[in-house]
Design a protein around this ligand. Structure first.
Ligand SMILES: Cc1cc2nc3c(=O)[nH]c(=O)nc-3n(C[C@H](O)[C@H](O)[C@H](O)COP(=O)(O)OP(=O)(O)OC[C@H]3O[C@@H](n4cnc5c(N)ncnc54)[C@H](O)[C@@H]3O)c2cc1C
Length: 404
């Protein structure tokens, strides 16, 4: 991997920055804090991207995407995060979209891809069940074929944003008599289908991201099975193996850096801005150096993905561990840097299901600086769990590196 400046990539970065300057509405710019933007902001931004032909930054050009390289996608994500642009629907854009492009029938693509481009249909992911998380292949939710429908019964858990989603992609057991991986199918269902019940799980950050999702005799059309009956495990492996470079969640780290830098110059302690306190400056510099190292590894993995190198898999697991650990340390540093302001539970906005309460008694040093910081620090405790726990990632690294 050559880390010397790439002039082509620099030109692309300038293009993205110019686009953001011209198209990111002022009221959305910098408004993004927390894990996911409120639905209205997310949809509005997605439509702006789509009008510009950037509705699907992660898809190849033959599927209507931008056709950007993995490195260009990273630049796009990084610049959007640095400008504070709203998030995109990760489930539709990054997980389901590539799956449909690869495995979907012409009818499935025609029905489901256009609403993803335009933010008209948001998705959630129904994989985990009580007792089936890391060991996903043990899942039990049952789908029984009746004519041109499946009848689905069972429960999913930790279904992020199911309460805001229009559709769900999910794994079901269609055959219990074969090897467990072989009996799984990948189905798409409209969340308004009778028999689907979503119950909130409120998390330690005080917000509503997660849900339990129950299926009681839910009828799903057979045409909504992706890849064919029994192919669910192959589809899932493709979905989980996609985008190793993204596992570090660089945009979140970039956003934390932006927040820390803002705090460094706006929060005055004993007459001096924080950045003039050596212990703060040193800790910030150390975290920024780690972020830079992760950024370089991310670029390396992106380059390997473009070459279809098998090593991307193991480096992706390393990135997941280091990136999520850094997320936790940066979000803790943010709260600590708030000093006595940090003692307040700065509530996340209502749109995230938080209380929306504000604490007028202690005005923040800069508008918009405090809300969401404490709740995000709590939420980030989960980042070493979702998307494959750190322990499971370490198992993957050991297996692949040492050929166990
Ligand atoms: C915030 C959040 C959002 C999520 N969003 C979604 C979502 O949208 N859709 C969805 O389907 N799921 C979602 N999940 C679920 C997530 O994928 C699972 O929590 C994760 O896969 C772990 O599974 P589990 O919780 O069942 O824990 P378990 O698999 O039961 O693990 C319990 C403990 O055992 C360890 N362990 C398990 N297996 C091994 C092993 N082989 N080697 C070493 N240690 C092991 C784990 O590391 C962990 O410490 C989300 C989870 C969180 C926390």
């Amino acid at each position: 991997m050559d880390f010397r400046p790439d002039t082509g990539l620099d030109a692309f970065r300038q293009q993205v920055r110019a686009f953001l300057r011209e198209n990111l509405p002022a009221e959305l710019a910098g408004s993004q804090h927390g894990v996911r933007s409120p639905r209205a902001d997310l949809v509005r931004w997605q439509r702006i991207l789509n009008q510009h032909g950037w509705g699907a930054p992660y898809w190849t050009a033959d599927h209507g995407g931008t056709g950007w390289t993995a490195q260009q996608r990273l630049v796009f994500d990084e610049e959007c995060a640095a400008a504070g642009a709203p998030t995109q629907d990760v489930f539709g854009q990054r997980l389901l979209g590539p799956v449909l492009n690869h495995f979907g029938t012409a009818a499935q693509k025609a029905e489901h891809l256009p609403p993803i481009f335009n933010g008209d249909r948001l998705w959630c992911q129904g994989f985990s069940e009580p007792g089936s998380g890391s060991d996903l292949a043990s899942l039990r939710m049952q789908a029984v074929r009746e004519g041109d429908h499946y009848v689905v019964n069972g429960q999913k858990i930790w279904t992020s944003y199911a309460h805001q989603a229009d559709w769900i992609f999910m794994l079901v057991r269609t055959d219990a008599s074969v090897k467990k991986q072989a009996g799984i199918s990948f189905l798409l269902a409209d969340m308004k289908t009778p028999g689907i019940t979503v119950r909130p799980i409120l998390t330690i950050d005080g917000c509503h991201h997660l849900n339990e999702t129950f299926f009681d005799n839910v009828r799903v059309r057979v045409v909504n099975c992706v890849g064919g009956e029994g192919a669910g495990w192959a589809v899932t492996k493709f979905l989980l193996n996609n985008e190793h470079a993204a596992t570090a969640d660089l945009p979140t780290l970039v956003r934390f850096r932006r927040q820390l830098r803002k705090l460094a110059t706006t929060l005055v302690v004993d007459g001096k801005p924080l950045i003039e306190r050596p212990e703060f400056a040193q800790r910030l510099a150390r975290l920024e150096a780690e972020l830079q190292a992760i950024g370089m590894l991310v670029q390396r993995v992106a380059a390997m993905e473009e070459d279809h190198s098998p090593g991307a898999h193991v480096l992706g697991s390393m990135l997941k561990i280091r990136g999520t650990e850094l997320q936790q340390r940066m979000s803790e540093f943010l709260v600590e840097s708030l000093g006595h302001y940090g003692a307040y539970a700065y509530a996340e906005a209502d749109a995230h299901g938080g209380s929306g309460a504000t604490y007028d008694a202690l005005p923040m040093p800069a508008p918009g600086l405090g809300p969401g910081i404490a709740s995000e620090m709590f939420f980030r405790r989960a980042s070493t769990i979702y998307g494959g726990t750190s322990e499971v990632q370490r198992g993957i690294i050991a297996k692949l590196m040492f050929q166990l």
